[in-house]
Design a binder for this molecule. Sequence first.
Ligand code: ADP
Length: 249
Amino acid sequence: ILFCFVYTIQVIFRQKKVGEMKTDFINNMTHEFKTPIATISLAADSIISPKISAEPEKVRRFADIIKQENKRMNNQVEKVLQMALLDKNDFTLNLIDVDMHMLIEQATRNLTLAVEKKNGRVSTHLKAEKSVIKGDMTHISNVINNLMENANKYSPEKPEISIHTRNVVNGIEVIVQDKGIGMSKEAKKHIFDKFYRVHTGNLHDVKGFGLGLSYVKAMMVAHKGEIEVKSELGKGSSFILTFPFQTEL
Ligand code: ADP
């Protein structure tokens, strides 16, 4: 009887947690789509207004805004679809030669503007002599971008992000380090779970679906690599990735 009781309580708690995660996800999703939809609507209204439509320069600016917001929504949908694909194990890796240093430099360029806006900086220390591995370019690029975006997202003031690489036995190690909010031991245990997000008090303070790291983990497993996280609350986090040179499927 005692066993049944403990088991039932456990199941109830788990269900409750899943329920809460679902609600959070829906709230986040609604929020993430509401903003671009509102922006697009405003921009379209402006273009329609006769005052603006007479000035090609302004029309162009609003059209750019529409395009940008559309891209943002597309990225969000893409993220959710990627996860659905992983769930069904319905993906194949397109293995080619991937230069990690090139991907890191590209991701750094993508992020620099956003980081500089917060008066922070991104630095690279690319020490690996052999930087080419066999992997899926798109997925590896997403992995690096996701980690770097998180490093920025979870550094509220002056982000200091650094990326290190070095060669290890039969592969390459990539470290994405930040000096942001860090994580508790409890959070560290769950960050790779789907939909998991650390509650920061205000749910919409930092945007996200809680899908990024579970995707990163799934991709590291698919590439026969490893991922480890070191983090201390208030001090920052480091994500340590190890990619083998060859991924045998
Ligand atoms: P999202 O960022 O969309 O919430 P992720 O799966 O990328 O989802 O991350 C899960 C959670 O892990 C985040 O909500 C955040 O609480 C925590 N986290 C991830 N990266 C970092 C980081 N660099 N520093 C502190 N916390 C992080």
